[in-house]
Design a protein around this ligand. Structure first.
Ligand code: NAP
Length: 230
């Protein structure tokens, strides 16, 4: 039984990973920006008794520090930095590529994992498994760059780069770090015509996190274990 902390656990892939993890016997610290509005997560917590729900806005250093204070002295085996945003899909003429949209996406998708890891590092060091999974995207790939969604692609490229550099720095602490593409998944972000459902993505991701060790630290792969080119 592991203790897994999952950010953005109130809907989409984060909620599905929470459900899959408790179904196999793990305990989950599930974070949400607005726990009071997280109806499905609250229902799952009542049903299973294995989920603690904590408020967290990953784009806020103060929110990350407050969570760290509440969890002081605890151990976290696996931190899953899942919370993310995509707010502009188009090409150069897409008016959604505003200054605010760029700021939001970079803050949530890049600063978010960084701030979460930094705040929770003492708890991860205290955990038995010592693992960090950053949910990135195939859209991070520089080798496979079809264009468009510039802010999101840049943010996920940076998040993957962050995972690689954390893997290097945390090697001496025995903490393994990986970056993962969850597949193209039917969620609010992925849309209804995506390839797979959240349950398939979550099951695959949990298996990949299980497979993460110090000998594979720095990995960038999809939910089926297929390597993604940087
Ligand atoms: N779906 C796909 O096809 C796909 C493909 C590749 C990668 N991904 C990545 O997979 C992860 C999950 O995506 P999803 O499809 O499940 O997206 P989603 O359904 O849009 O859910 C996004 C989650 O992130 C949370 N979030 C957003 N901003 C936040 C913040 N500032 N602080 C804390 N939580 C925040 C949301 O909370 P609220 O409810 O409060 O907004 C929600 O729980 C993301 O990192 C995404 O980039 C998804």
């Amino acid at each position: 039984m592991q203790t897994i902390l999952i950010t953005g656990a109130n809907r989409g892939i984060g909620l599905a990973m929470t459900e899959a993890a408790v179904a196999r016997g793990d305990r989950v610290i599930a974070t949400a920006r607005k726990p009071g509005e997280a109806e499905k997560l609250n229902a799952l917590a009542s049903l299973t008794g294995k989920i603690e729900i904590e408020p967290l806005d990953v784009g806020s250093e103060a929110s990350c520090a407050a969570l760290a204070n509440r969890l002081e002295g605890r151990g976290i085996d696996l931190l899953v930095a899942n919370a993310g945003q995509l707010n502009a899909y188009g090409k150069i003429d897409d008016p959604a590529h505003t200054e605010d949209a760029w700021r939001d996406v970079l803050m949530v998708n890049v600063f978010g994992p960084f701030a979460t890891v930094r705040a929770l590092l003492p708890m991860i060091e205290r955990g038995a498994e010592k693992k960090i999974a950053i949910v990135s995207s195939i859209m991070a790939s520089t080798e496979q760059a079809p264009g468009g969604a510039y802010a999101y692609r840049a943010s996920k490229a940076a998040a993957t780069n962050l995972a690689r550099n954390l893997a290097a720095d945390f090697a001496e602490k025995g903490i393994a770090v990986g970056a993962y593409h969850p597949g193209w998944v039917r969620t609010d972000m992925g849309g209804s015509s995506a390839d797979i459902d959240v349950a398939e993505s979550a099951a695959g991701l949990l298996k990949r996190f299980d497979a993460l060790t110090m000998s594979t630290t720095g990995v960038f792969e999809d939910y089926q274990g297929v390597p993604i080119p940087y």
